[in-house]
Design a protein around this ligand. Structure first.
Ligand SMILES: Nc1ncnc2c1ncn2[C@@H]1O[C@H](COP(=O)(O)OP(=O)(O)OP(=O)(O)O)[C@@H](O)[C@H]1O
Ligand SMILES: [Mg+2]
Length: 273
């Protein structure tokens, strides 16, 4: 008997308007625990806006967000984080002068009791031990964990950002273009990390314009166009041509017909889950 999996994270009919720009026009999104799901679409399709809605950065004008079957209304990113939802931003938002461990715990420092038993002294050894463990678990190798992150390579910094999200996420991690600035080797490292995280049961939502990367690392792919989800694919059963067709709209006719008959690979994939 086929088992029906509950989505871990869902957006239903999300609308978001900026002035007269309709960034999201009733967007849907579905993600399951333990999968890497890519969110793709042309520039301006609404990907970052949708992620901002799903991670509590902005409040939608209409529609709903559901986490583990329950409707949630995040009051901000910190509220989303309390629900196990982390985001790796493209700018990485790191403190360049601090070391990797300090960056890992930025804003969530481990404190210990200082003189007179007052809580409030940073427990650097504890943070370094925990950070070293987190990096090792992700296969991240840093020569010197005490070096300021400004001295790390782009790939290492990216890995620190990923490690930070991974250390605190227990439900969902959003990654908006996490490999955009990386070389081949670093890119492979980050992708391996993404895969490993998903294998731990966490849902990784990857935004990327790199189609080979999307196909190699994701389990599923959701396509946004003009503020709406227009298709959903299983990575194993689709091609770059099909993805580009869905993004640009040249597949529309086919998708509509198939959606009506339920016989496309794309919509089949969605139904078959
Ligand atoms: N804060 C904002 N103010 C006004 N318009 C915005 C704002 N944020 C996004 N938009 C508009 O909403 C639409 C969707 O933007 P969004 O950033 O979500 O696209 P995207 O899919 O992430 O694109 P890209 O691939 O270029 O990053 C665009 O037309 C954009 O100009
Ligand atoms: Mg964007």
């Amino acid at each position: 008997m086929a088992s029906v999996r509950e989505p871990l994270l869902e957006a239903r009919g999300v609308v978001k308007q900026f002035g007269h720009v309709q960034a999201l026009q009733g967007a849907d999104f579905t993600a399951y625990a333990g999968e890497v799901v890519a969110l793709i679409g042309d520039n301006g399709a609404g990907k970052s806006t949708l992620v901002n809605v799903l991670s509590g950065v902005i409040t939608p004008d209409a529609g709903e967000v559901r986490l583990a079957g329950r409707r949630v209304r995040f009051t901000g990113p910190a509220d989303a984080q309390r629900h196990g939802v982390e985001t790796v931003y493209q700018d990485l938002s790191m403190a360049p002068d601090l070391d990797a461990a300090a960056n890992l715990y930025l804003g969530r420092e481990i404190l210990r009791r200082g003189v007179l038993g007052r809580l409030g002294v940073l427990d650097r050894p504890a943070m370094r031990r925990a950070a070293a463990g987190a990096f090792a678990e992700l296969g991240v190798t840093l020569k010197d964990i005490t070096a300021p992150v400004a001295t790390l390579s782009g790939g290492q910094r990216q890995s620190v950002a990923v490690a930070r999200a991974v250390a605190f996420a227990n439900n969902v991690i959003f990654m908006d273009e996490p490999t955009a600035a990386l070389g081949v080797v670093q890119r492979a490292r980050v992708l391996e990390t993404i895969r490993r995280v998903a294998d731990r049961g966490i849902c990784v939502v990857l935004i990327s314009h790199n189609m080979p990367e999307v196909l190699s690392v994701s389990d599923r792919i959701e396509v946004l166009r003009l503020g709406r989800r227009v298709a959903s694919f299983h990575a194993a059963y689709t091609t770059i041509e099909e993805l580009v067709g869905a993004m640009t709209g040249s597949l529309d006719r086919g998708l509509e017909t198939f959606a009506a008959t339920g016989s496309t690979r794309a919509w089949n994939a969605e139904v078959a889950r």
